[in-house]
Design a protein around this ligand. Structure first.
Ligand SMILES: NC(=O)c1ccc[n+]([C@@H]2O[C@H](COP(=O)([O-])OP(=O)(O)OC[C@H]3O[C@@H](n4cnc5c(N)ncnc54)[C@H](O)[C@@H]3O)[C@@H](O)[C@H]2O)c1
Length: 716
């Protein structure tokens, strides 16, 4: 008789007819994950099954809503401190447990009831057969952490579903729904959630009774990939080379390794996977992206905490139906909160509504929402020229033109229409919240809610706490931003707040480089190759040269001791010449919008204008030196923001830069990058660059931390 096994994460119980059920049920948690403890317990459970001679088949289930969400990422930081060889040895040890389970002399059927991601799917692939709930999703998302599967996933996916599927899943990292997983051959059957267990059990019986050749399925996984096709790997490598992801080498490393492993038996293939996995854990991308995952969790938790005590926004209002106001109203309505949208110009209201209509039309076309739902969302936006109904509004976002006098006039007039306690949130990008609130009767109700353009797409919102903002107002604004599906980060009220302030230092470094003769197109190429989605010149073209120029002027005026106005500022010069960037068809580049998306091309006219400003100076810097000038300026401003408490934590700062301006993911954010460079080394660079101006002066915090041997991560 089989003796039950019972652990904290796994238990095995006898079923009728000589079958056993191995159930993942992590005590004290709502999910299952594969941390060291769970893997070890799984190993003991498998040994218990193997030792009981009379077992005829194993059903693997989960008692949670998920199957297994994956490895425990909080353990990665510590594990990746080990050398590549040590990491490889550790995963091979875990792999032995997986192999032991895979090779059980009886059929094993996995019932995938919910998410089986990363290690969760890798474990499921060890079973002889898999049945998946229609509500579940499977996948190997490791590439998003700068990694690839290390528990045999690359080996087994190729042998179970073929090399094309394996390469696509490993390099893409996308979660896959049941029907597609079945089509791909990753699972053997799909069942409605309520019938999953029953059908998995029935399949197990068919295996036991010899109706399903489970031994062949098991054997296939020990052999080389059956229909190995080298082309599949070569095509993937060519595609990855085009993506120029040289700073994120995981996908390419995986494909190269999988190509070699495909022709080997399982033992050798697992060794190859482990060795390559060990190596990839040492890359900057993996370290950064794993920490970014943890930062994301930390920031979500903080947002929840900061939103406590806020009032629920049942009715919102937006002032100004322009680019930002229109986007904010649309996003608010889409997320289920009715919103009033006021403007002084009927034409602006029509534009704002037209944009919402267009966006909703696209959602319907993409079958994301039904037409009647879209109609209801549009109807929940009330365009108006007066203050009707403002007395019942919980939160109001001001998005009128960027002019302090106008904002004062508008908000002062409004104060009599809204009730005390209604949160008044300004979307200003360059004014101070304290300045906006100063003449108002209830400054405690005023905060900043700095959305980024385009609002429906950009995930970050800075919640700006003025010196007189109440905790309740900050909490309400944070909760509202979270409710829109955004990531709110609370920042202090200072010129440029957090993201634009840090970005301004970077753009000023760009202006200096151009003024001293560096070619802006070359700078763009260098920074894009470094991992930025757009180089700085291209970025200014997208932002709009007039807006960009104004923002830089206003923010740098706030830090006169180090952000000196550039004597020869190419952005201002192009703005004065009417080259406003993409929106006017010409900026640093020329744009051809004929095909829909504006295509950039080099502009002789812009180059000639910039050459005038350069007054004959020519390029002298290497690519590395260009990166250093731009990135060190940015990182130092980030350190100053920490020094001044502009933001509460390194995690929030790094997330804000990743989400707000597309900071290169493989660096993990300015402060992770600073740690990677080494704070003493960064300090030495400040000294070396001191002749380039006060932007490069070492912040006191950097000196202190470097002297004390401290780093920004890990956070205690
Ligand atoms: N455009 C961006 O990329 C961006 C990004 C972040 C923040 N912001 C900030 O958002 C705010 C709005 O910017 P925008 O780009 O949407 O400007 P916009 O010019 O597109 O829209 C401003 C709108 O406000 C309306 N308006 C002016 N006075 C008004 C009043 N008294 N009452 C009601 N409506 C009035 C105008 O008619 C216009 O429709 C500014 O503070 C800006 O700094 C802009």
């Amino acid at each position: 008789m089989f003796a039950d096994f019972s652990g904290d994460c796994v238990r095995v119980t006898a079923l009728d007819g000589g079958l056993v059920e191995l159930c993942f049920d992590r005590q004290g948690d709502t999910i299952n994950k594969l941390d060291d403890k769970a893997v070890a317990e799984f190993g003991r459970a498998v040994e218990a099954i193997a030792a009981a001679g009379e077992v005829r088949g194993v059903l693997v289930t989960s008692a949670k809503d998920v199957f297994i969400v994956g490895a425990d990422i909080t353990e990665f930081g510590r594990k990746f401190q080990n050398t590549a060889d040590e990491v490889a040895r550790d995963v091979l040890k875990a792999n032995q447990i997986f192999v032991r389970f895979e090779d059980l002399p009886v059929p094993t059927v996995i019932a995938i009831n919910g998410f089986a991601l990363g290690g969760g799917l890798e474990l499921a692939l060890c079973g002889a057969q898999r049945v998946m709930s229609q509500a579940a999703q499977v996948g190997v998302p490791e590439v998003k952490l700068g990694l690839f599967p290390g528990f045999g996933g690359t080996v087994r996916l190729a042998r179970v579903a073929g090399d094309r599927v394996a390469v696509e899943w490993v390099t893409g990292g996308r979660p896959v729904k049941a029907a597609d997983a079945l089509k791909a051959g990753v699972v053997d059957a799909v069942a409605p959630p309520e019938k999953l267990r029953e059908e998995a059990l029935a399949l197990l019986w068919r295996c036991v009774e010899g109706q399903v050749d489970w031994r062949a399925a098991q054997q296939r996984k020990r052999a080389p990939v059956a229909a190995f096709d080298a082309m599949v790997y070569d095509e993937a490598l060519a595609r990855l080379a085009r993506q120029a992801a040289r700073h994120q080498p995981a996908a390419e490393t995986a494909v190269r390794m999988m190509r070699e492993a495909a022709t080997c038996n399982r033992t050798r293939a697992l060794e190859l996977e482990a060795a390559a996995f060990g190596a990839v854990t040492q890359t900057q991308a993996a370290r950064s992206m794993v920490q970014t995952f943890l930062n994301e969790q930390a920031v979500k938790k903080l947002a929840r905490r900061r939103a406590e005590g806020g009032r629920k926004v049942r009715q919102a209002a937006v002032l100004g139906a322009g680019i930002m106001g229109g986007g904010i109203a649309y996003t608010t309505a889409l997320r289920g909160t009715p919103v009033r949208m006021k403007d002084i110009a009927p034409a602006a209201l029509e534009l704002g509504m037209g944009e919402a209509r267009r966006q909703l039309g696209r959602q319907v076309q993409q079958q994301r929402i039904a037409q009647d739902k879209a109609d209801a969302i549009l109807a929940s936006i009330t365009p108006q020229l007066d203050d009707a109904g403002f007395d019942t509004v919980d939160l109001l976002v001001e998005a009128v033109v960027e002019n302090l006098a106008v904002k004062h006039k508008v908000l002062a007039a409004l104060e009599t229409s809204v009730a005390p306690g209604t949160v008044v949130a300004s979307n200003t990008s360059s004014l101070r919240i304290d300045d906006i609130a100063a003449p108002l009767a209830r400054p405690e109700d005023v905060v900043g809610l700095h959305f980024f353009n385009p609002v429906p797409v950009m995930p970050l919102v800075e919640v700006v706490r003025g010196s007189r903002s109440s905790e309740a107002a900050v909490a309400t604004a944070t909760a509202y931003a979270s409710g829109l599906g955004k990531t709110p980060i609370v920042v202090k009220d200072c010129p440029g707040f957090l993201v634009n302030r840090i970005l301004t230092a970077y753009i000023l470094a760009f202006c200096d480089l151009v003024a001293q003769g560096e070619d802006y197109e070359h700078i763009d190429r260098v920074l894009e190759a470094f991992g930025w989605p757009m180089g700085p010149a291209y970025l200014e073209d997208v932002v709009g040269m007039d807006t960009g120029s104004h923002v830089i002027d206003v923010i740098s005026a706030g830090y006169p001791e180090r952000m000196r106005p550039a004597a020869h500022n190419p952005i201002r010069m192009l703005a004065q010449q009417g080259r406003l960037g993409q929106k006017s068809g010409a900026g640093f580049y020329d744009y051809d919008a004929a095909g829909g998306k504006p295509l950039r091309s080099s502009s002789k006219a812009a180059r000639a204008l910039v050459a005038q400003l350069q007054q004959g100076a020519t390029s002298v810097l290497t690519d590395d030196a260009i990166v250093e000038r731009m990135m060190v300026a940015l990182v130092l401003e980030a350190v100053r923001c920490m020094e001044e408490g502009v933001v509460g934590s390194a995690a929030e700062l790094d997330m804000a830069m990743l989400l707000g301006v597309g900071f290169p993911a493989w660096l993990g954010g300015p402060l992770q990058y600073a740690d990677w460079l080494g704070l003493p080394q960064l300090l030495a660079r400040c000294e070396a660059l001191s002749a380039c101006g006060p932007l490069y002066a070492a912040p006191a915090l950097l000196r202190e931390m470097a002297a004390a041997g401290r780093k920004f991560y890990p956070v205690a």
